[in-house]
Design a protein around this ligand. Structure first.
Ligand SMILES: Cc1ncc(COP(=O)(O)O)c(C=O)c1O
Length: 531
């Protein structure tokens, strides 16, 4: 049945009015609710007036998806009888969420509903971790100022950060965001390579929103029309993502060398024109590309190729740094098969590392770390680097607290244990559920790829969107969708995510697939749930 969007909206609206009344009654009775849905509607209206629609908000679901949920609720005996909260869940799915509070791996909305957060890699130590809160409170009460003065917190943080990276990475530049960090990394690389802008990036990568980083983010220009040529120009070359589940070299044991050959050829193409290369930029585990961990040997070969062409290897650790992969502190150190690494083949060391999101546990803190050699090339340009807020004492206090918590609570080790547990459970689900085509990743950086057919790998995008929406609406589990086909559930929770969280998440995922999705009917009109 095809319905016009007016009918869909009316159905959703009628559902909203009725359910709002029902839900408000429930809330009053419990006496625990602080804010009404009207407040949420107001916030959304103000946002729509004063924010551009290009600034996305999570769970702003499309009309057709709401309609499917209305249909589920009203016409499916199964859903109505087994899920008494579904009407309230439906109400929530009509709007994005306002979160009011956070603790550990949980976020609490304005109505007091607690959501399990499987996706927030910013609140690395957990939402509102008391040690980070305390450090920030103390410092902001004492002093916050621009970064022109000496401050021991900032220098201590630089020292601690440099100690976490291999030699010769020891020069630290602080900034406020991952985009700024990658932008500055590209600037340093340009200075080092004698002024080249030629940059090699991976298909489906995202490195930031500034002009320079956006140009180096194929993910953005394949999902819109800003760059109509599908590439911002000859100075950016995108090469195949080293994906061994789908892509040119599936399940190939020599995939590392084969995928690196794309980078080698790109470098050679610039050399043939008599040009040097500025940089090869890559994450040690590609995030928005749908959790793609490069095959062994790949990064080392790419780094060698770009260095031979006069450039540098920039490791974007904005999402993956600080122990998330469990097996290593930085994703560029990850090795699928550590036992096969020879002693004379240490993990690759990047020339520049960009760090962001988790560093301040929510405070705007990012950094670029490089060698003295690269820094010296930048200094030679005679242009100072000044960043008013980058590494200010309050954000630096947050950063130090994060490093302390990581150590004291052994969060990297826990990410390894819980991640392995979660991966085993996902794999057990995969044995029972054909829709789960692949389970991959390391530690608390996991991807679950959903396909309609395990041989053709047809992406199950609408199903993924539906599952993600139901997980949020019915089970109060927040997940994210990524990958070039928008069919990968990307799992990157706060590092305090524990075994019980993992068990609950897997049970909800199983129910969402085997119960809710099984009764959902035709999903052809479902658009991506923005996550
Ligand atoms: C891999 C990667 N690099 C850089 C960025 C940009 O970071 P920010 O949003 O802090 O500017 C992001 C943001 O999602 C990212 O995922």
């Amino acid at each position: 049945m095809v319905l016009s969007s007016t009918v869909v909206s009316s159905a959703a609206f009628a559902g909203t009015v009725t359910l709002t009344l029902v839900s408000l009654k429930i809330w009053r009775k419990k006496g625990a609710r602080k804010h009404s849905t009207a407040k949420k509607e107001h916030v959304l209206r103000v946002r729509q007036t004063h924010f551009s629609s290009s600034q996305s908000v999570s769970y702003l679901n499309s009309g057709p998806l709401m309609f499917v949920q209305v249909r589920l609720c009203l016409s499916s005996l199964y859903i109505c009888t087994t899920n008494i909260n579904y009407s309230r869940a439906l109400l929530y799915s009509l709007f994005p969420i306002i979160f009011w509070q956070g603790t550990g791996s949980r976020l609490i909305d304005e109505a007091g509903v607690s959501y399990l957060d499987t996706r927030n890699n910013v609140a690395h130590c957990g939402h509102s971790h008391p040690a980070v809160v305390h450090a920030v409170q103390q410092q902001v009460a004492q002093l916050n100022t621009n970064t022109r003065y000496l401050h021991p917190i900032t220098t201590e943080l630089a020292q601690r950060l440099a100690n976490l990276l291999p030699d010769p990475l020891e020069v630290v530049f602080f900034c406020n965001s991952g985009s700024e960090a990658n932008d500055l990394a590209l600037r340093l690389a340009r200075a080092y390579s004698g002024g080249s802008n030629n940059t090699i990036v991976l298909d489906d990568a995202y490195h930031g929103h500034t002009l320079a980083t956006l140009e180096a983010s194929p993910y953005k220009f394949t999902h819109g029309t800003e760059y109509k040529e599908q590439s911002p120009g000859p100075h950016i070359t995108k090469v195949s993502s080293p994906n061994t589940y789908r892509g040119a070299y599936r399940n190939d044991t020599t995939a590392g060398a084969l995928y690196a050959a794309f980078v080698e050829r790109a470098c050679q193409a610039y050399r043939d024109k008599g040009e040097t290369v500025r940089a090869f930029v890559a994450e040690g585990g590609a995030s928005v590309a749908g959790v793609v961990l490069p095959p062994d040997g790949y990064l080392r070969a790419c780094a060698a190729a770009v260095r031979a062409a006069g450039g540098v290897y920039i490791a974007d650790e904005v999402q993956t740094g600080f122990g998330r992969l469990g097996s290593c502190f930085w994703a560029f150190e990850h090795c699928h098969d550590a036992a096969s690494m020879k002693d004379d083949e240490p993990a690759v060391v990047p020339d520049i590392v960009a760090i962001g999101k988790p560093f301040g546990n929510g405070m705007p803190l990012a950094a670029v770390v490089t060698s003295k050699k690269v820094a010296a090339a930048f200094e030679k340009c005679g242009v100072e680097y000044f960043n008013t807020f980058g590494g200010n004492p309050v954000c630096a206090a947050a950063g130090l607290a994060v490093l302390n918590v990581l150590e004291q609570e052994e969060l990297q080790q826990k990410a390894w244990q819980v991640g392995n547990h979660l991966k085993r459970k996902f794999r057990a689900l995969q044995d029972r559920i054909d829709l789960i085509g692949d389970v991959r990743g390391s530690g608390l950086f996991l991807g679950v790829e959903l396909v309609r057919d395990r041989r053709s790998l047809e992406p199950a995008a609408a199903e993924t969107s539906f599952i993600c929406s139901v997980l949020k609406s019915k089970y109060h589990v927040l997940t994210s969708i990524d990958g070039p086909y928008e069919n990968v559930l990307v799992v990157k929770p706060p590092m305090v995510f524990n075994h019980a969280d993992a068990d609950y998440f897997c049970q909800c995922l199983e129910d969402a697939i085997t119960k809710d999705l099984a009764y959902a009917g035709d999903l052809s009109s479902i658009a991506k749930t923005p996550t």
